[in-house]
Design a protein around this ligand. Structure first.
Ligand SMILES: N[C@@H](CCC(=O)N[C@@H](CS)C(=O)NCC(=O)O)C(=O)O
Length: 203
């Protein structure tokens, strides 16, 4: 398996963490879709990372689809429950966490636009999505070790990746002060080898 990824992409990090947790061997192909010589559009027509090429040369994107594919392989731990409704609940957690990440990525790109083209209104809208998403995740994390059931799931991974991305790009965001259950979850998740080995480079 080959994973095309940039080292700062939170979506790609989610997949690298899943691969590490499941101890699945893969080749990491580092490629940034923002660079002129990127190969990504020839693999994923949407020009985004992550993209996974399987042993049979089948291509999967985007990250929830790749996560779904990895779940079909013969590897433990299982990160999505077998029960169909519980599986949807874990996917909902992933979607909420990815939505927080989407808002953070959009706000970052907006903040990098040249003077005069930057919209404070758009940045505020995205930050509100982040804050509402964190409040909902805090409610779901409160009083629990794991976000779903009694073991690690894709939901815990996606949420911790979103929190790590906030730390990387919005270090001034004091989400820990107002979200103690998420802060505790982050402390536990960030200590796992799958997280320490995939820490994004600063920049
Ligand atoms: N929903 C997608 C989002 C992927 C995504 O937006 N990746 C960013 C990097 S963090 C990207 O490749 N952006 C390039 C572009 O939008 O052209 C997923 O979960 O995989």
């Amino acid at each position: 398996m080959k994973l095309f990824a940039s080292l700062t992409s939170p979506y790609a990090r989610k997949i690298r963490i899943i691969l590490a947790e499941k101890r699945l061997p893969f080749e990491l192909v580092v490629d940034s879709p923002w660079e002129g010589n990127t190969r990504i559009p020839s693999i994923n027509p949407l020009g985004k990372v992550p993209a996974l090429v399987t042993e049979n040369d089948e291509v999967f994107f985007d990250s929830p689809v790749i996560a779904g594919y990895l779940e079909t392989l013969d590897a433990t731990p299982r990160l999505v429950p077998n029960d169909p409704l519980d599986a949807v609940r874990v996917r909902q957690l992933e979607a909420l966490a990815d939505g927080v990440t989407d808002a953070a990525v959009t706000a970052l790109l907006e903040s990098r636009r040249p003077d005069g083209q930057r919209s404070e209104l758009e940045m505020d809208r995205q930050m509100e999505k982040i804050d509402r998403g964190l409040d909902e995740l805090e409610r779901r994390a409160s009083g629990r070790t794991w976000l779903h059931g009694d073991s690690l799931s894709l939901g815990d991974i996606a949420v911790a990746v979103a929190l790590g991305y906030l730390d990387l790009r919005f270090a001034h965001h004091e989400w820990r002060d107002t979200h103690p259950a998420l802060a505790a979850l982050a402390d536990r998740m960030f200590a796992r080898p799958s997280f320490t080995s995939t820490r994004p480079p600063v920049g």
